[in-house]
Ligand binder design. Structure first.
Ligand code: G6P
Length: 594
């Protein structure tokens, strides 16, 4: 949440910072601002709304050093006064994260004579740095003290009015990278902000401090200068670009065949990289949002192929409930960003209780990746659209490979079946390419007319529906709910009216008949019924309005195919309604608050 960037180099810093902010806009987009040195003072320009609004009020200055921020509001509504940068005395800062004890710090600072313009925790942090600096003129010492004073998570970029040559940066909890390019040095929340200039970057660790000069970058920890390893972004830079697609979401949906192929080439040929779950007594899967929905499928597959006790939890619940875990439990944390606050807290709790932890993560070097005992990188490349697609698919694929390995170890998958399954995994990309060609617009038009929609399915189909429904509601703002197909009649069927869309997923032959009966029930009450089913499940055309058919695949593989038409459907509904698909209202991609 919130994107921050700073540049210090030979070029005009303003367009570099503005472009960087645009590349970070997926982290938050309700207001933005920049700060730079001008006539020995610090000039701040900020505005409510998208970065395009900020661009309208920029001045013609050409500073070589600038910091910027794009906000996802937490403390105080989106407004000009609450947007960053914030200034107090000698200090100007931008911040990503939350200062939990800001209220008590604010009271203390008011007693010291400080006044505040905004409702933000960030302005309090600026004032606290200013206060500490007024007592001790040693910048590094002041920044080190913050670790003991500020509770919560933060990545901060700081300008001291008396030092126009440097940007000061530090992190605790929220991510920050520093990069060296040919024309200057950069500091940012995430990789997409720097990729136009360089692929090489340093990752700041907890409580690291960086001083970013025009020519050199210095790192400090515990009062001592340290050296850090230069890392390289391994993926194709185009993974962070729109490449001619109307939206990032569409581009990322279309990228799925390729990222799946690359993923399988890597992992299916190196199965020792996939952990053996059979050594644990039980498995907990913990995640938020779509990653939780991926976890539900993992839960089902581990039970099926491992005959073991598995439970999938939403991280914001898991961390507060009673959990019976010990050193024989594996806790799997799934997270695209690797920075989701509740998932990180669950990871730390699991470790405290002695459980083993496995992170399934996309962003290399993120907190969950670094703190888990073992990590599997899903290698999706940059995912920019707020609504996840390719990362979700690769999370499911990772869980599927864990179940596949479990099935082989437990003797549930024999040699012949193993080879058959391997083939199915490799066919997956081709099948996805097929379903991308369906004519989604005609179904989307009907669904777009409704205020409500329902998704139904049983077992694995139900878990896929959870994700399909989330995709639809998050980008089209159509209220959408998912039900296990048999449950709809226990109350919710009262909401079915003439033309209410009910989307039914049927890929599991064993229980197809049961879901078919449920479709009849809603159609009899006027619903518009759209079925997504396997080609070889026979359903009489009289019982539904529309159908999408996909190839039959084994349950280890099928969900990865089944989700794609639902992603496309959600996309086309939102597109037909003209919404800003990559930046849905009120959402942010990386949720670093609890
Ligand atoms: C946000 C995103 C979702 C994502 C969830 C968990 O809500 O909008 O797309 O599934 O966070 O994020 P993570 O980075 O932990 O997978």
């Amino acid at each position: 949440m919130c994107g921050i960037i700073g540049y210090n180099g030979n070029k005009n810093a303003i367009p570099i910072v503005i472009d960087g902010l645009k590349n970070l806009e997926y982290r938050g987009y309700d207001s933005s601002g920049i700060a730079y040195f001008h006539n020995e003072k610090i000039k701040i320009i900020k505005e409510k709304g998208r970065i395009s609004e900020l661009e309208k009020i920029l001045d013609d200055d050409t500073p070589n050093l600038c910091i910027g921020h794009t906000r996802w509001a937490t403390h105080g509504k989106p407004s000009k006064v609450n947007s960053h940068p914030h200034k107090s005395g000698e200090i100007t800062i931008v911040h990503n994260g939350i200062i939990e004890n800001y209220a008590s710090l604010k009271e203390d600072l008011i007693k010291e004579g400080y006044t505040f313009l905004s409702e933000t925790d960030t302005e309090v942090a600026a004032a606290m740095i200013d206060y500490l600096y007024s007592k001790d003129n040693d910048k590094l010492k002041v920044l080190e003290k913050l670790e003991d004073i500020l509770r919560g998570s933060y990545a901060l970029l700081i300008l001291f009015r008396d030092d126009p040559d440097n940007i000061y940066a530090l992190r605790k909890g929220s991510p920050l990278i520093v990069a060296k390019s040919k024309t200057g040095n950069l500091v940012a929340s995430d990789i997409p902000a720097i990729l136009d200039y360089t692929k090489d970057y340093y990752l700041l660790d907890e409580n690291d401090i960086a001083i970013i000069g025009k020519n050199d970058i210095k790192f400090f920890k515990d009062g001592k200068e340290i050296t850090k390893n230069l890392l390289t972004f391994e993926f194709d830079i185009s993974s962070a670009k729109k490449d001619g697609y109307k939206h990032y979401m569409l581009k990322e949906i279309y990228e799925q065949p390729k990222v799946i192929r690359n993923y399988l080439d890597h992992y299916l040929n190196n199965m020792d990289l996939i952990p053996d779950l059979s050594v644990y007594e039980k498995v907990h899967i913990v995640a938020c949002g779509s990653a939780y929905h991926a976890g539900l499928i993992g839960n089902y597959l581990f039970e099926e192929y491992g005959d073991m006790e598995v439970t999938c939890y939403v991280a914001s619940e898991y961390r507060y409930k009673k959990n019976f875990i010990n050193d024989k439990t594996l806790v799997i944390l799934i997270s695209q960003s690797g920075e989701t606050a509740d998932t990180i807290a669950s990871l730390r709790l699991a470790k405290e209780k002695g459980a083993k932890t496995l992170g399934i993560v996309n962003v290399v070097g993120s907190t969950i990746a670094r703190e888990s005992d073992q990590v599997i990188y899903i290698n999706a490349g940059c995912e920019i659209a707020v609504a996840t697609t390719k990362a979700y698919t690769l999370q499911v694929l990772t869980l599927s490979l864990c179940a596949y390995k479990l099935g082989i170890i437990k003797g549930k998958i024999d040699k012949n079946r193993e080879l058959e399954l391997k083939k199915s995994y490799y066919n997956l990309s081709k099948e996805i390419e097929e379903v991308l060609n369906f004519d989604y617009k005609k179904y989307a038009k009907r669904i777009a007319k409704s205020k409500n929609a329902f998704f139904i399915g049983r077992l694995i189909d139900y878990y896929i529906c959870e994700e399909g429904s989330l995709k639809l509601k998050e980008i089209s703002y159509i209220h959408s709910e998912t039900y296990p197909a048999g449950e709809l009649k226990h109350g919710t069927i009262s909401l079915i009216e003439e033309n209410t869309p009910v989307i039914a997923v049927i890929t599991d032959k064993k229980i197809a008949e049961k879901t078919i009966s449920n479709i009849k029930e809603v159609r009899a009450r006027g619903a518009y019924t759209l079925i997504l089913k396997n080609k070889d499940i026979e359903i009489s055309p009289d019982i539904y309005d529309d159908v999408m058919e996909i190839e039959e695949l084994n349950d280890l593989v099928s969900s990865i195919l089944t989700i794609v038409p639902l992603q496309m459907l959600a996309y086309h509904v939102a597109d037909s309604l003209g919404y800003d698909i990559d930046k849905p209202r009120n959402l942010a991609k990386s949720v670093t608050v609890e």
